[in-house]
Every structure is written in C-alpha cells, then in structure tokens.
Design a protein around this ligand. Sequence first.
Ligand SMILES: CC(C)(COP(=O)(O)OP(=O)(O)OC[C@H]1O[C@@H](n2cnc3c(N)ncnc32)[C@H](O)[C@@H]1OP(=O)(O)O)[C@@H](O)C(=O)NCCC(=O)NCCS
Length: 232
Amino acid sequence: MRRRDADVAVFLGRSDGIPTPGDVSRLTQNERRRADGFRTAILRGHFIAAHAARQRILSAILGHPPGELRFSEAPGGKPVLRPPHHWLRFNLSHSAPWFLLACSARHEIGVDIEVLAKQWPGPLASAAFSGAERQALEREADPGRQNLLLHTVWVRKEALLKGCGTGLRMDPRDVTVDADPSLGISYPNRAGRPIGAWRILGLPPVPGAAVALAVAGVPRRICCWRITEASA
Ligand SMILES: CC(C)(COP(=O)(O)OP(=O)(O)OC[C@H]1O[C@@H](n2cnc3c(N)ncnc32)[C@H](O)[C@@H]1OP(=O)(O)O)[C@@H](O)C(=O)NCCC(=O)NCCS
C-alpha cells in the first residue's frame, strides 16, 4: 500500500543510538544545536535518529529533498511544515529507543510513545490525572496491571494534548481518557463533554512501551509501518 493512500500513516522506528553521518546531515541547524545539548552520546543518537527519520519520511511523502523542508511552530508550540507543505500534518514522539511519527493530509493528529517504567512515579498521578482517571487506577489492585494502566492513560492523554497542539500547556488533569488498555477507540472528555471530534486509537503493540494515536475526526484508513533505516 502506498503511504499516500492512508488517511493517517504511522511509522514506528527503533534507534540503536549510533547516528550515521547521513542522519546528521538531514537535520536542520536548530536540530543539530539541540542534538549537541544532550548529556550522553546515546541520547543524542536517539534524538538524531528520530529527527532524521522524520525528515526522510516527510520528504518522501512530499517528494522534496529533506533540505528543502521548512518547519515552524503553531501557536501552542506544535511543530508544523511551512507553506507550501503545511497541508501535511505530522506529529513525532520519542521514548528511547523508540520513535513514532504520524502523518496525515486530512486530520489533525497527535502521537505518544512511552517506554514502560518499572514503577510509575507516584506524585505524577496526582499532578497529571483527572479525578475519574485516578479512581479508575485505584480500582486496579494488581501493581503490574496498575502500572500498565498508568502508562496507557498517560500516552492517551499526551497524544490528545499533542494533537490539540497545546502539549502540557493545557492542564492534563482537565482531560479524562479511558484507562482500559484493550479499547481500540476511546473518546476523551473534559468535564464529561467530548473534546471536539477527537478520538484516541490504539496502535499495534510495541514491546515494552505504551502507544497511542489521537485523531480529530473519523479516519477511514490508518496504516502503520515499522521502519528500518533502509525503508524510511
Ligand atoms: C510537547 C510535550 C507534550 C512533549 O512531551 P514528551 O513526552 O516529553 O515528548 P514526546 O517525545 O512525546 O514529544 C516530543 C515531540 O512533540 C512535538 N511537540 C513539541 N511541542 C508540541 C506541541 N505543543 N504539540 C504537539 N507536539 C509537540 C515535537 O516534535 C517534540 O519532539 P522534539 O522535542 O524532539 O522536537 C511537552 O514537552 C510539552 O507540552 N511541552 C510544552 C510545554 C512545556 O514546555 N511545559 C514545561 C514542561 S511541563
């Protein structure tokens, strides 16, 4: 299936933390500056891999060399393409060693990937989750399952906030998402009311990580690819 046939195309990649010279050459000046600010070589490598893959994939879809793509930020800080390529929406998430990129010409989108921590930092639940979410999480007695639910809620919420473009500038406690990891589609709410036309979709499982995609509207076809260096 060609990438252009998808309403929403999602690409999952894994970095080994060792950037190739080709990867580095694809980064924008700003990305190179940011890459050089990482504390460790491996974190720098993961950042470079995610951003180089983003350039490769967007430029392949648009049919333009990576060096010709120009980015800016929407008012809430969401990275966007500048005209004439602004019609292609995208969102990137990375949690070492994974990165996830969603692209769509038809829908506003947000993605999140989070490697499962052995234990979710306790205070984060009260800082980030709504009352309804905390109640759902407290109902789960098994620590392992509770940890999975915490990550599930978090990635759903973050995918939504990133889709809306606010990121954590919107108070995450104001938004409630479903905690059930088995749900294929769920509908976030704010004080019991739907948040526009947003829906949250599960993605194919990623070993050791939680993932979510938020889409505004009703996508007809979502295609997911696992990318390798050669295919992106
Ligand atoms: C955007 C944000 C949700 C990222 O969360 P995260 O789990 O650390 O990181 P993810 O890997 O899932 O997403 C990061 C990517 O989202 C994208 N992004 C950045 N701001 C975004 C926004 N407002 N909306 C959607 N996507 C955004 C970028 O591509 C970013 O990648 P980059 O940093 O490598 O360029 C969070 O950092 C945020 O809201 N920042 C803005 C508010 C802020 O700085 N608050 C202080 C910290 S609480």
